[in-house]
Structures are given as structure tokens and as C-alpha cells.
Design a protein around this ligand. Structure first.
Ligand code: FAD
Length: 413
């Protein structure tokens, strides 16, 4: 299998812009396949050249190339340079105790997905979950009942092509919801514009704050640091089963091994992030209807506190539809609200990485431009506002750091 270097996919791969969402492989099934590269990321391969028309479609929906947000928002919504446009910001958790326990933070995305299915609002939810046959790997899933959504609860910090199954699901179902990473949601918005008839079947877009996707090498390193071997893993979770829960796996002999969230994400997995995530202009799901995140408590040193406690999600609505969805889920008693209005000024302290990255996207992208690399298209005006939230020194440091990194390893994933 050979990638055509002059194709649009070739350009995305050569400039390390792929996020591994799988939309292209699902859309151009047969012409594009998806597989792991040497660095352990999911990447498309062009097995048969796309036509020039298909290339143009790809360029519009690929989130490696296009992350423009053309949604129209209501006048009474808030517009924050870092946290995006939003209507409501509150905290809460799933009323169903199993969803809250298994969920990544408060199980709210699982509860809202379950509400959409049980109320008949949608027939299926596109999301990811652990592969039944290969427990180390993550698959794109089509959930049609709440048993499945609960089974797929929890964050998975590894390559996960959520949108691989979207095209196929649109042939089967008329009303769908998608739970996906922010870049994947951006791709779905572009897809809806490009293919309005099929796109209109996608009724709700749910997302979460995302710091980036680590490669499979990260998962393998975490397993090995606990004395295990990836081939010996029978079941694995990255977190959840409590908040934040543990990175834990059971080996084939039935022994459980675990480490804290701080050790797994903070010391191992985040060392393996894909390049595109480091220049991500939208880590907070700015194009989704409803977004969740960890509503961490603040520790005495002013950083997030990862002490184990009952789960709690930050809930952000970004569209009118998101507001209606939150009201519907509340009316059906699917979720409980803890704080009806969350103070946005606290977010910088409990989500420091998100704040720093958004405020430094412009200098990082400028470094790519200086080195004549291709960069995604996005709204510069919004990002210029965000960059003012960092100091000039931080902006310069980010520009120099990215330039140095690219000169040292221009092709690293
Ligand atoms: C790669 C990654 C990075 C993250 N970074 C941050 C961050 O910086 N700050 C923060 O507050 N939160 C982050 N989270 C999200 C956070 O951990 C919770 O998912 C969020 O708080 C929602 O919790 P919940 O309990 O409501 O979701 P749940 O009810 O547990 O539902 C989680 C949903 O996310 C889906 N999902 C899980 N993993 C993936 C994946 N890899 N790709 C696509 N969909 C997935 C599941 O299928 C499920 O539908 C990240 C999650 C991931 C996967």
C-alpha cells in the first residue's frame, strides 16, 4: 500500500496534521484504509487514488486541514477567547449510579446519550469503546441502547477513530448522535455542510475537553511500567470506575494492576501525544452542542486535585440545541445538577493545559509557517484574542520551542 505523495491525504500525512478520526476511511471505503503507523497512531492509507473531486471533498472535511467554525451563535451567549462560545456552564453527574461510577468524570455524556436513545430522539449513538476481541484497542461503535452506552463509558487515551463507522451508520439510521473528540466534531460539522441530506440525520453532537491523543506506545509503556506485557492484557481501562479512577488492567492470569490518573496521564501517556494535538486550536469542543469536562476541585497549591471522589462533570452548552438537550435530560431525571452556574474564571486553574495551549496556538502555528509547513485553516481573529491571554514571553517561548522541535524532528508523529 502506497500513499500518493501529491494527494491531499499525502499532504496531511507529510505535514503531521492527521488526527486519526477515520472519517476519510469510512467515507472513501475501499480507496482509503486505516492502520497503525510505526509511531503507534491510526493513519489513513490511499490504496486507490481519490479522484480530484474526492480530493476536494476530503480537503473540506478533514480536520487536519480545516477546523473553521462557521456556526451561528445566539446573541445572548457568552464568547470567551479561551473557552469559546457558550450558553450555560454548570456541573453535575448521571443519576444512574453505574453511569456515574463507570463514567470518566460524572458520567454525564453517558447519561445524555442514554436519554437520547431511551426517549427515541435518536436511534443510535456513534461513539468509541474497547474492542471485544482485542482489549488493548479502541473501536468506533454504534450504540443503540443504554446497556451499550454504559459499556462504552469512560475516557480512552489512545488512538480511536470515532468517525470510521459514521458513513455506514448513516445508511442504516435516520437519527443519530455523535460523541467524539473536538477535532472529530469539527469534521462532522464540515461533513454536514458538504453532504446536507445525509448530514441532516446527525441530530446532536456531544464532545469533551481534550488535551490530545497519545499513541499506542503510551498505553504499552504504561502497561510495562506496571510489570505487564501488552500481549497479556485481558481488559483495560484508562480511568473511570471512580473519579478520576485508575489506569488499570487485568492480565490473562486474572491479576489486576493499577496506577493513579496522575501517574498514567501525567507522567506517561502525555509524553506520547500526536503532533497535531500540540497545535490544536479547539481542545474544548467549540463546535459541539454540549460538552463535558472534569470539574476538578482545586487543591491548596492552586492546581487540579486528583483525589478520588464521586464523579462530577463540567457541562457546557454551546448551541440552542445543546440547551434543549440539557433541559430534556434534566426533565427526564437523567442527570443531577450540582452547581447551576459555574464560574468561568475558575477554569484556568482546573484546566491549566487547555488555557496555555489555546493561548499559544498562534506562535506554534507561526513556527510551522516559517518552516513552510502546511497548517490547518481556522479563524485567526479568535485565536489572536486567545494569544493575548498569554504573556509575550510565553508566546515567544512557544514559537522558539516549536521551531526547535520541528527542525530537530520534522517528521515525528
Ligand atoms: C484523549 C482525551 C483527552 C482528554 N482531555 C481532557 C482535558 O484536557 N480536560 C478535561 O477536563 N477532560 C479531558 N478528557 C475528557 C474527560 O476525561 C471526560 O471524558 C469528560 O469529563 C466527560 O466525562 P463524562 O463522565 O461525562 O463522560 P462519560 O460518561 O465517561 O463518556 C465518555 C464518552 O467519551 C467517549 N470517548 C472516550 N474516549 C474517547 C476517545 N478517545 N475518542 C472519542 N470518544 C471517546 C466514550 O465513548 C463516551 O461516549 C479527555 C478525554 C480523552 C479521551
Amino acid at each position: 500500500m502506497k500513499t500518493q505523495s501529491r494527494s491531499s491525504i499525502g499532504a496531511v500525512l507529510n505535514n503531521n496534521l492527521c488526527v486519526g478520526c477515520g472519517l476519510c476511511a469510512g467515507k472513501f471505503n475501499g480507496k482509503i484504509s486505516l492502520g497503525f503507523n510505526k509511531a503507534g497512531f491510526l493513519r489513513p492509507q490511499e490504496v486507490e487514488a481519490l479522484t480530484s473531486e474526492e480530493n476536494k471533498e476530503f480537503e473540506k472535511f478533514c480536520p487536519g486541514l480545516n477546523i473553521e467554525n462557521s456556526l451561528t451563535f445566539e446573541n445572548n451567549f457568552q464568547n470567551d477567547p479561551i473557552w469559546g462560545i457558550y450558553s450555560r456552564m454548570c456541573t453535575g453527574y448521571a443519576t444512574d449510579s453505574e453511569s456515574r461510577q463507570l463514567g470518566s468524570s460524572g458520567g454525564v455524556l453517558t447519561a445524555v446519550s442514554g436519554y437520547l436513545l431511551s426517549s427515541g430522539t435518536v436511534q443510535a449513538v456513534i461513539q468509541v469503546g474497547a474492542s471485544a476481541s482485542e482489549p488493548l484497542y479502541i473501536e468506533s461503535k454504534v450504540s443503540t441502547d443504554t446497556t451499550a452506552t454504559v459499556q462504552n463509558a469512560g475516557s480512552r487515551y489512545a488512538p480511536s477513530a470515532t468517525l470510521l463507522g459514521l458513513e455506514r451508520a448513516l445508511e442504516v439510521y435516520d437519527r443519530l448522535a455523535v460523541v467524539a473528540k473536538p477535532c472529530e466534531i469539527a469534521a462532522v460539522r464540515q461533513y454536514q455542510k458538504l453532504y446536507p441530506e445525509k448530514g441532516s440525520k446527525i441530530k446532536y453532537l456531544l464532545s469533551f475537553f481534550c488535551a490530545g491523543v497519545p499513541s499506542m506506545r503510551g498505553t504499552e509503556a504504561a502497561i510495562r511500567s506496571l510489570g505487564g506485557e501488552p500481549s497479556e492484557v485481558q481488559s483495560l481501562r484508562y480511568r473511570g470506575d471512580g473519579w478520576p479512577g485508575y489506569f488499570k488492567f487485568t492480565d490473562k492470569a486474572g491479576n489486576e494492576h493499577k496506577m493513579t490518573y496522575n501517574d498514567s496521564w501525567g507522567r506517561i501517556l502525555n509524553q506520547y501525544l500526536q503532533f497535531r494535538c500540540k497545535i490544536c486550536p479547539d481542545g474544548t469542543g467549540e463546535q459541539a452542542d454540549l460538552v463535558c469536562a472534569d470539574a476538578w476541585e482545586e487543591s491548596s497549591d492552586g492546581y487540579p486535585d486528583f483525589e478520588q471522589r464521586p464523579g462530577r462533570s463540567l457541562i457546557v452548552t454551546r448551541t440552542k440545541k445543546g440547551d434543549e438537550l440539557l433541559d430534556g435530560a434534566l426533565a427526564q431525571n437523567a442527570i443531577n445538577i450540582e452547581e447551576a452556574s459555574f464560574d468561568v474564571s475558575l477554569l484556568k486553574r482546573i484546566q491549566p493545559y487547555q488555557h496555555a495551549r489555546k493561548a499559544n496556538v498562534i506562535p506554534r502555528v507561526m513556527a510551522m509557517k516559517v518552516l513552510l509547513m502546511k497548517t490547518p485553516s481556522f479563524e485567526w481573529r479568535t485565536l489572536m484574542r486567545a494569544s493575548k491571554k498569554a504573556t509575550k514571553i510565553e508566546n515567544i517561548r512557544n514559537f522558539l520551542g516549536m521551531t526547535k522541535r520541528l527542525l530537530k524532528a520534522p517528521k515525528s508523529a
